[in-house]
Design a protein around this ligand. Structure first.
Ligand code: NAP
Length: 565
């Protein structure tokens, strides 16, 4: 079982004890006491007895670490002094029967001098140890710049040290692909006869931390609170246990995620993990940051899909990679890989947001299905509100990716679409392209000609108006703006359904105006949940609970239930 370790920076003894008690209460298996901020290397006679008191009162087994500045810690005194303090701590604690379960010493320090090696060996268990010692040695190596060039040499040197019980490598992951190598290191560690810790630091490294259990890692770290993280990119205990359900991740767990750039703000992990859990689906869903550009997208996605043990079974794809997903599927299909398929909507839109990978029992990929759930999600919400889309006219505001997916879906369901955009030429172009792709005529899909036609649509011709622009979105330059004129919104007939794709904020200026007039509305979160539910159905083959997904989405956005209605 992969252990869950909470690192605690020891600033004062009582706080460290209370953090260790909390860590135990919240489900950790052990704590790492980082004494480098507490122990100064001076001759302060009080420090060692105080630290022994901490060890004696610590309610969980512990790792004691005094990390030097050179490897990302805070200790900047002489090496001899910090190794001596570990030695004194082990001896004194052993006398009181609460020795550390492990001490962590950097490989670089351990191999620097025979004197240090001997001192460390005196306090840890190994074959040459003459007395019974309960403390094991973790040999570690950290690189805050990137993957060390001598990674495998480092691992082999650690494994060659007879006193080493656990090897640890941690380095800054510079892309998702670095995680795959870290996970390979974990799965191959049994060949070296040593348990391993292999972790990626920084925002790209989350995958190695969450999936440590799937690959038999010795432990993964999780901080008690965001502010107490001891390495960049370290998850909190709540994230690891709650969001990612770390305890239920096993060798067979399927891996999913959302690929985008930036993507950290996405609430998809909360929503999809909750849906998996409620249906008993053995899957975990993460943020998958991939830098903009076709090449990083293709290289990352194929590396993950081809990994023999990752069980990467699907992903959501968001800005700026929706077009890249279609381009990749086309490239694979043209290269003769008949496992790849593209659904008609993605073909028509030139953009897709979902990949579903079907695998055989041995993990081999059998099918790669690329599809678009944005369109069906939006059209489905409209269908629910209108009863049917057949023969109904929908006015789409905007001519970007969302407008395109919605317009195509409405037409495919037998509805009619009129498109109006701030830049009218883009609406004309969108309609011409979609008419070609869907082989439909202007009676089913056309760009709004002028203000008179817009007024006619508002007065009764349009059964629904759908905002597919980013006007009103928080954080952009158009927060607080309507996607159309005030006169247009004021003229909307009383049976017109008003739908919104923007969900930050949930109550946009358009929805506020429509609600104020008593019109039926669909908010952006409803659309988000619809498209996410569609994806979950494709991945799990089960009907997800949309109500649960909505509740979790609201929580993730910290929206109270009433204001989301
Ligand atoms: P996009 O491709 O960048 O298109 C943006 C569209 O908005 C363009 O038509 C643009 O007009 C128009 N626009 C931007 N600012 C405007 C303003 N101040 N007034 C009027 N029109 C304006 O974006 P997208 O990917 O289609 O996304 C559109 C919105 O949908 C975003 O807010 C996105 O977050 C949201 N969305 C929501 C969901 C969901 O699940 N709820 C899913 C996908 C997208 P020009 O052509 O004149 O520039």
């Amino acid at each position: 079982m992969t252990l869950l370790c909470v690192p605690i920076f020891v600033e004062d003894i009582e706080s460290a004890i209370s953090d260790a008690v909390e860590a135990r209460h919240r489900g950790a298996d052990l704590v790492e006491l980082r004494i480098d901020s507490y122990y100064s290397g001076s001759d302060d006679e009080q420090q060692v007895p105080e630290l022994v008191r901490l060890l004696q009162r610590c309610p969980l087994p512990c790792i004691v670490t005094c990390r030097p500045v050179l490897e990302g810690g805070q200790y900047d005194g002489p090496d001899d002094a910090r190794i001596s303090v570990l030695e004194r701590l082990c001896a004194a604690a052993r006398a009181g029967e609460h020795p550390p379960r492990y001490v962590d010493v950097e490989l670089a320090t351990y191999t620097r001098s025979q004197n240090i090696r001997q001192k460390v060996n005196l306090c840890v268990d190994h074959e040459g140890q003459l007395r019974a010692v309960d403390t094991g040695l973790i040999l570690s190596s950290h690189d805050f710049q990137g993957r060390p060039a001598d990674l495998f040499r480092t691992i082999s040197l650690m494994a060659g040290e007879a006193a080493c019980r656990v090897s640890k490598v941690a380095y800054r992951a510079r892309s998702l692909r670095d995680n795959l190598e870290l996970l390979d290191v974990l799965s191959e560690s049994h060949e070296l006869g040593r348990p391993m810790i292999a972790l990626g630091m920084g925002p790209f490294g989350m995958m190695s931390r969450v999936l440590a259990g799937k690959f038999d890692g010795f432990l993964t770290f999780a901080s008690l609170r965001r502010s107490s993280a001891t390495a960049p990119g370290q998850p909190t205990l709540d994230e690891l246990l709650g969001l990612y359900r770390f305890r239920s991740i096993s060798r067979n767990t399927k891996v999913y995620g959302v690929i985008g750039w930036p993507v950290e703000h996405s609430i998809s992990p909360q929503v999809h993990n909750a849906a998996f859990e409620s249906r008993g689906h053995d899957g975990v869903y993460m943020h998958l940051p991939v830098a903009a550009g076709y090449e990083p997208f293709k290289a990352t996605l194929l590396a993950m899909a081809d990994h023999p043990m990752l069980d990467f079974c699907g992903c959501s794809v968001t800005i700026p990679h929706k077009e890249n997903l279609v381009a990749l599927a086309r490239e694979m299909i043209e290269a003769g890989d008949d496992r790849w398929t593209l659904d008609p909507l993605s073909v028509a839109c030139g953009a897709a947001n979902t990949l579903t990978i079907e695998r055989d029992g041995k993990g081999q990929a059998l099918k790669f299905a690329v599809a678009n759930s944005d369109g069906p999600g939006a059209a489905g919400a409209l269908r629910d509100a209108l009863g049917t889309l057949v023969g109904q006219t929908v006015l789409v505001l905007g001519a970007g990716g969302t407008a395109r997916a919605l317009a195509a879906s409405v037409v495919l369901e037998g509805g009619k679409v009129a498109v109006s955009n701030r830049t009218p030429e883009r609406a004309t172009e969108l309609c011409a392209q979609l008419r070609d792709a869907l082989r439909c005529d202007p009676a089913h899909l056309h760009a709004v000609a002028d203000e008179d036609e817009l007024a006619e649509l508002a007065a009764g011709k349009a059964a629904a108006v759908f905002n597919c622009t980013s006007a009103g979105m928080a954080g952009g330059g158009s927060q607080g703006q309507l996607p159309a004129s005030e006169e247009f919104v004021a003229a909307l007939h009383r049976h017109c359904v008003v739908a919104e794709s923007v969900y930050r904020p949930l109550m946009t200026p358009l929805l506020a105006a429509a609600t104020g007039r008593g019109l039926q509305t669909i908010n952006g979160l409803q659309l988000f949940v619809r498209q996410a539910a569609e994806q979950s159905r494709w991945w799990t083959g089960q009907e997800p609970s949309s109500a649960l997904m909505m509740q979790v989405a609201r929580e993730a956005m910290q929206i109270d239930a009433e204001s989301a209605e």
